[in-house]
Design a protein around this ligand. Sequence first.
Ligand SMILES: Cc1cc2nc3c(=O)[nH]c(=O)nc-3n(C[C@H](O)[C@H](O)[C@H](O)COP(=O)(O)O)c2cc1C
Length: 382
Amino acid sequence: MNISRRKSLALIGGGVITAAATTTGYSVTRSPTQATAPWKLAGTYADPRKKALSYALLAPNPHNRQPWSVDLSAGGEVSLYADLDKLLPETDPLNRQITIGLGCFLEVMRMAAAQDGYRVDLTLFPEGQNEAHLDNRPIAHAVFTKDGAQKPDPLFQHVMTRRSNKEPFDTSRVVRPETLVQLTNSTGEGVQLGGSVEAQDVAELRDLTHTALQIEVETPNTYQESVDLFRIGHREVNANPDGIDFSGPLFESLHLTGMFTRETATDTSSTAYKAGLDAVFANTDTAMGHLWLITETNTREDQIIAGQNWVRVNLATTALGLGLQPLSQVLQEYPEMDTEYQTIHNRLAPNGGTVQMLGRIGYGPQVAPSPRWPLEAKLAQT
Ligand SMILES: Cc1cc2nc3c(=O)[nH]c(=O)nc-3n(C[C@H](O)[C@H](O)[C@H](O)COP(=O)(O)O)c2cc1C
């Protein structure tokens, strides 16, 4: 679950915020600059593998857990592992979404290497894999080779401005069907990209994604998993630049005055809880279209391929100035979501297959880059 900063401000009210800001002074104006420093360091490394990885770690990934760990001990090679401390067992019990995030990471790494004139030969799951749970075997083994035939990928130029846009979209600006068509070239083999901006589809998918979000929040263990990952205020965000970040003057003030804490967020009678719900619904309910990715089967390789393609779609929407936010709740595999999971599959994949990603599209405000751990924190100790 992700909460829109803008909407919460509107809901909770400016008066309280202004008063709190004057008493707490300096600290409310701090932004988590350390947590976003990796965006400035991208591309600054001499080792071509580190250079590519410094972009890869900017890839989208579920709950911004950044579940990657890389081993560079063999020259010219990268072994990618899942960081098993960064899984989401409640909302992602099969580690499907975490695997998709690792696919996003691999694709940005490949694009960055190509930009630098390196070909990346990738072997997925070189030591085999487990369909039920990720384990400590490598996700991928990559060999970097200088290759004059490598062509830059045009989507790479959008890596630094790509975002998952968690703000309400402008409902006065429609997304034209031609815009959807422009996205179709962004994906490759192994996935089917679907999308609709038809009013009837939009209304029905708004409803379904809204309901699914409500189920996630009202299911204590799935909601608690998100709340445990709340990083509130610049100190928490800098200390743990992953999870769900709430920074900026509004959240600093609400945190300092005790109005927004992990405790108030779970108290269903609190303003923070209600404002949070309204804020996430403001996102589902302002979808101006939807996009989805389907794979025929649901192997670990399919999940990686879905991630490789999702980030490409996200880069293509960035190129068009279009906002994209994944809305994954309805695709999640826990019992309370069974009915909605079936409904979305019957609707989007009536002939079979797994809907790996679903997102809303529309025109929204520009949003800041989200926090990242630096590359050095992601290098496996050998
Ligand atoms: C598999 C996957 C599932 C995601 N699901 C959601 C979601 O349900 N809601 C949401 O707001 N963002 C979702 N995201 C986006 C992440 O929250 C986002 O990538 C992360 O916070 C980093 O932010 P950024 O993409 O703007 O860099 C998902 C991303 C991935 C790869």
